[in-house]
Design a protein around this ligand. Sequence first.
Ligand SMILES: [Zn+2]
Length: 220
Amino acid sequence: MKIPQNIVSLTERNKANFWEKVDKNGPLPDQSNPHYSGLGQCWLWKATLDSNGYGMIAIRRRMKKAHRVSWAISFGNTLENMCVLHKCDNPACINPQHLFLGTLKDNAEDREKKGRGNHPSGEDHPLRKDPSKAARGDANGARIYPERMTRGDDSWTRKFPERLKRGEDNHKTKLTAVKVAEIRRRQALGEGCVALGKCFGVCYTNIRRIVTRETWAHVP
Ligand SMILES: [Zn+2]
């Protein structure tokens, strides 16, 4: 997940432009749900939404999340590295009373607590179901916003290598150190990456990376 960006300072014109795009007569969150009881109506963003349903607004040619702008207008620009989260779980809502500040960790915990944690992988992954939705090539964010990529020594994996879950500590892995050693041994004896991939239930590119020690480098 991306570290949230700060909102640039807002002019009066930015603010006026912002409020024009808001419908304060949105739905009332389900009062029978203890997570939502006491919340008033949602204020819905009427303009652009991103693919996750969050309102978006261009401020000085940069797209910003509308609920973050709403927080900045209402409570000041205190957003450095913080998430603005929804009490109402309605991503299009920008009602400042429905927002709260939290860390990325709070965001994940809030999501799990409310049962919205959703971690499809493999065949259930949305990109596997509909590969045409992948932003590839020039449509990829990394291509459109190269300056946003944290590369090389800026990458958090470089800064905090101890935080990386390696090998079997990574919950997504299908492989174990024993299997990896076996893959390397069999590849050295002449088995191809495609055949080994089929045998171990992973993609041949995985095998190639294991063999070239791009991955699982810690396994001897
Ligand atoms: Zn709301």
